[in-house]
Each structure stands twice: as C-alpha cells, then as structure tokens.
Design a protein around this ligand. Structure first.
Ligand code: ZN
Length: 102
C-alpha cells in the first residue's frame, strides 16, 4: 500500500502541508473500431491465437498486464504537482468548472 504521508516525488511530509494532491494515471491499450474485410476472413485466426498464447507463456505477467491496462496513483506536494503538470503533454482535459449533470 502506498504511503500517503509523503510526496512520491520529493519525499516531502504531506501531513503538515496546507494542501496535498493525489494524481492518477490510467494507461490502456487503445484499439480502432474493427472493420472486417474479406482478407480478414481468410486469415489463420486459430494459428494467430496459438502464436499469441505461445508468446504469452514466456512473457512476464506483470509486463503483459501493464501492456493492457495500468492505473498508478501518486501523492504529491504542491511544488511537485506544479512541476509534474508542466511536463505533461496537453492532451484532452475535462472541464471541472461545469456543474455536474443530474
Ligand atoms: Zn514533492
């Protein structure tokens, strides 16, 4: 279990800090919408599945799981939050200033 009393980046004490932050990163394999073509229907799917299973038998389970989906959480002090945020790519943002629907 993660230690929530200290900043995961700099080790600063967070319990006495006026504000502390939790960051969560979700990474998952993204796929495009499947479109089947006549060529797809001629593929050796049983062979492809057998090859995949063969690769998985020798793969590292933790790395294989992380390659599909991973969630990581961090406790941060304000200084590290600012530094980390500045290094993030722009990406898509959710507008948290709008009232919740309901
Ligand atoms: Zn910090």
């Amino acid at each position: 279990m993660a230690d929530t009393a200290t900043c995961d980046l700099c080790g600063a004490d967070l319990l006495g800090a006026p504000v502390r932050y939790r960051a969560e990163v979700r990474i998952w394999a993204a796929y495009d919408v499947m479109e089947l073509s006549p060529a797809d229907l001629r593929r050796d799917l049983a062979g492809e599945i057998a090859d995949c299973l063969k690769r998985l038998r020798s793969a590292d389970p933790a790395e294989s799981t992380a390659a599909i989906a991973e969630i990581r959480r961090f406790d941060l002090c304000d200084a590290c939050r600012r530094k980390w945020r500045a290094e993030l790519p722009e990406g898509e943002k959710e507008d948290l200033t709008k009232p919740c629907a309901g």
